[in-house]
Design a protein around this ligand. Structure first.
Ligand code: GDP
Length: 439
């Protein structure tokens, strides 16, 4: 995400390194480079100018004597200004009302329906009962798509195949939610390929009729300045409450993320970073600024882990480790949980330092596949009792999983090493163990 911008900013700060203080003369070059980096990232020119002017004012006013180095001071100032540019504080969605009603608007292909599924998943994890209303009456396939996603996340869908009136469907969905004790209704609407009057009127009509607690505008971040312009047009017409930026995983420039707030004056509330249902994050301006500056984003990483890891399952596995009973079923379950956290490359980019160092390294998303295939080719008994997996069984497993005997041996070795390590840990932390007194 935003690799180019991170690199260019990094270079801009380097021009300041080794200088004793920030002066009008030595900061000018850096400011120019920061501005160029922002414009190259497809940030609106006016926005780039305003923000760099502010950065300059801030830099000139700071006491450089106590600064660690002028370059570091600049990173801090730019971080602060980018954070402000993206809205400063995180803004939550409003879930008032019974049910709370969230209206989703955006162009076709922006990722509206995918986001609807993700938001349902996100809210369900907060123990809210969610209903999705499918109001795209033009494309029957759209309703099917909603149903597939809803099923994946375990949420009910309200749709009316023969009704061509989206306002009515939305109203009926809300009535249905009231009768069925659903606390949140997410209304997925029809989009068009480009902004058009009929679509705008339809969304405005739905909005007027149902008075949603929250209207979210979904936009594809990869479209850069177009995303900003579309957001502006939609906002003038439907006065939405927040923006959802999608496909940030494919956005290498970052222009939309940086300028949408300043141009449209509405906060970004969510970012979507992949096709998986878990690839959704709340938008924190300061963390995004950190990521842009290559400072990593450990906090989001930890939160993603907390959300994706099933507490109950973690406890169960912990128990098994303590009893030295960790087996291949548990291993497979752990792999599943890691995969749920989202795109591996995206996760790696959140780790400070590593994100930058790894940016050109190909991360193989399929690395888990042979491991899974091997484990799935084991019998139930073998998975539960890995010690029984002899040479001839290994041969059979390799054949069954389409891997080689070496791959199976490697996995067995890694697994046994892991179990040994767990056993040792248990000895150290268990009753009478070396570390037990320290607890
Ligand atoms: P809609 O027409 O606005 O409802 O858009 P869809 O939800 O059908 O999304 C259009 C395409 O973009 C689909 O292929 C989605 O899988 C894909 N998509 C949606 N969100 C993301 C995202 O955050 N990242 C990536 N890489 N793809 C996405």
């Amino acid at each position: 995400m935003f690799d180019n911008l991170s690199n260019k900013l990094d270079r801009a700060f380097k021009t300041l390194k080794g200088q004793g203080s920030i002066t009008e003369i030595n900061v000018a070059q850096t400011i120019k480079e920061v501005r160029r980096a922002l414009v190259d990232a497809d940030v609106n020119y006016k926005v780039a100018k305003t923000v760099t002017d502010k950065i300059k004012d801030e830099a000139m006013g700071r006491d450089v004597l106590i600064a660690v180095s002028p370059g570091q001071l600049m990173v801090k100032i730019v971080h602060e200004e980018l954070t402000q540019l993206m809205g400063g504080e995180k803004q939550d969605i409003v879930l008032k009302g019974d049910p709370a009603v969230i209206l989703i608007a955006g162009l076709q292909g922006s990722g509206k329906t995918t986001f609807t599924g993700k938001l349902a998943n996100f809210l369900k994890k907060q123990n809210r009962s969610v209903l999705i209303a499918a109001c795209d009456v033009y494309r029957p396939a759209a309703i099917d798509q909603v149903k597939v996603l809803a099923e994946q996340v375990g949420v009910e869908v309200y749709s009316e195949t023969d009704n061509k009136n989206p306002v009515q469907i939305a109203q009926n969905a809300i009535e249905f939610a009231k009768r069925n004790n659903k606390k949140v209704v997410i209304i997925d609407t029809a989009g068009r390929l480009a902004v058009d009057e009929a679509m705008m009127r339809e969304i405005a009509d739905i909005k007027n009729a149902i008075k949603p607690t929250e209207t979210l505008f979904v936009v594809d971040s990869m479209t850069g300045q177009d995303a900003v312009n579309t957001a502006k047009t939609f906002n003038e017409r439907i006065n939405f409450d927040g923006v959802v930026l999608t496909k940030l995983d494919g956005d290498s420039r970052g222009g939309a993320a940086l300028s949408i707030r300043a141009v449209v004056e509405k906060p970004i509330k969510f970012i979507s970073t992949g096709e998986k249902m878990e690839a959704l994050d709340l938008f924190y301006p300061d963390r995004m600024a950190q990521r842009i500056l290559g400072m990593g984003d450990v906090i989001s990483l930890v939160e993603r882990a907390q959300q994706s890891f099933d507490e109950e399952e973690a406890r169960r596995i912990n128990q098994k480790i303590r009893k030295n009973q960790f087996n291949f079923d548990d291993f497979l379950s752990q792999l599943e949980q890691i995969k749920k956290m989202g795109d591996i490359k995206d996760l790696v980019s959140m780790i400070p330092g590593i994100g930058k160092a790894m940016k050109d390294v190909e991360i193989d998303e399929n690395a888990f596949k042979p491991i899974e295939a091997i484990i799935k080719s084991m019998t139930k008994e073998e998975r539960a009792n890995p010690d029984m997996i002899s040479g001839s069984r290994r041969n059979r497993i390799a054949k069954g999983s389409g891997t080689t005997i070496q791959q199976v041996n490697n996995l067995m070795k890694q697994f046994n090493d892991m179990r040994k390590m767990m056993k040792n840990m248990n000895k150290m932390t268990g009753k009478g163990g070396a570390l037990s007194k320290m607890k």
